[in-house]
Design a protein around this ligand. Sequence first.
Ligand code: AHR
Length: 517
Amino acid sequence: MKKMLSIVAAAFLGAAVTFSYAQTNVKVTIIDTATGQPDIPDEIYGQFSEHLGRCIYEGIWVGEDSSIPNQNGYRKDVLKALKDLKIPVLRWPGGCFADEYHWMDGIGPKEDRPLMVNNNWGGTVEDNSFGTHEFLNLCELLGTQPYISGNVGSGTVEELAKWVEYMTAEEGTMAQLRAANGRKEPWKIKYLGVGNESWGCGGDMTAQYYSDVYKRYALYARNYDGNRLYKIACGASEDDYEWTRTLMKNAADKINGLSLHYYTVPGWNCDKGSATQFTAEEYYNTLTRAAAVEEILTNHIAIMDTYDPDRRVALILDEWGTWFEVEPGFNPGHLYQQNTMRDAMVAAVSLNIFHKHTGRLRMCNIAQVVNVLQSMILTKDSQMVLTPTYHIFKMYGVHRGATSVPLAYRPGSISSTNGKAMDNISVSASRDKSGVLHISIANPSLDKELNVEFELDSEGKFSSAKGEILQAASIDAYNDFGQKPAVVPAAFKGAKVNGKKLNVTLPAASVVVLEVK
Ligand code: AHR
């Protein structure tokens, strides 16, 4: 989109000098007359849980004998917070862990399950007490769809085939084994990942080689007794367009979804920086890097369109989010990071982008749900906090299942020292099944208010607007254990309707979600 009206401002913020070229007024036309717009699938709000650090153990699973209040071994506080979030899909057991995971080690009596070394994540020894039953029972408790990530890197075709049979078949040896382990009824499993990062930790393969391997594994992952698998092939990292091209060329007719991984690492040379102590320069580098996912999505989608113009194969962004340095004092392999208002801005900007690409992008799984990378929830012994990112997911939940409403606007630009730039407004809109319009807006500027004038292109008129705002006293504010939460949503009073127009004023570094009638 062409940029219009650029006001140049040099802002001295904290220790860093950041040049921002931000306008304070943006006009947005709501293309209410558009037809045939895609829906926003629930799965855009998907989550990822890996056997990594304290995500599963401590974060979700404490075991029945724990002094931490639990329901059948799942900690109650986390269970409730995840139920409130209504998570649509949960990916498990990895990540890199998945390609070293042997599912048979995680079934049967707990005392008989072997120990294993988690080679990818800190060399931690785990006891396999959280396995297939514990995961799928969790999904049932949460009302969420499981997304099983199969072992291709160090497993066998037979092992994956039998796992699918164990989980989904009504009869046969695997079904008998499942029943002997306490579960007579098969589970329904839709999403099956065939390998993770097969170009790296999942087997170090070339795209050509992997596409053949994929077909072999996918062939023997059968549909039992009415269960229909939706098979997801390992996709590219970031801008590896050749990987996407090769997979689409060689295997598109056997693939339901092709994955993609994109992490927001703010600095040059993958320099991550602290999650809580950062300059204004690092803030803008983080946000512009997050916003750059739009170009990555657009380019992968364009390649997929050439091989699959009907858009049968979905793009599945099954790992995304911020990746900062591990908090001091924690195991460097456990990827535990705090979560500030900066993370909330990244989530808001990212979700607004995802909403615009749902014609092809059908699932996104933020990494990861508890205690790892950009988490929804952090725990410390028996304490738990909801992160600013959790609040964004909850506020944005109004878009789930709704129909995208296109917006036309000519934004200003914010640049950063990593050579990237982003719009000075991040916005998306949808209409839910009852016809209510929801608009989510993020103002990325650290020092300027944003005035937005929305106007309907249809004959309709607005009658009311109400909403919620997420903002903090400072961009590095976070919710800490034992403290009054510093980042929580509040009622928003800055929206006014006037006929076809809606005027909204957002404070600097804030996110607003509106319900407009
Ligand atoms: O989410 C952490 C790791 O990042 C995953 O295990 C891997 O797939 C990716 O590299």
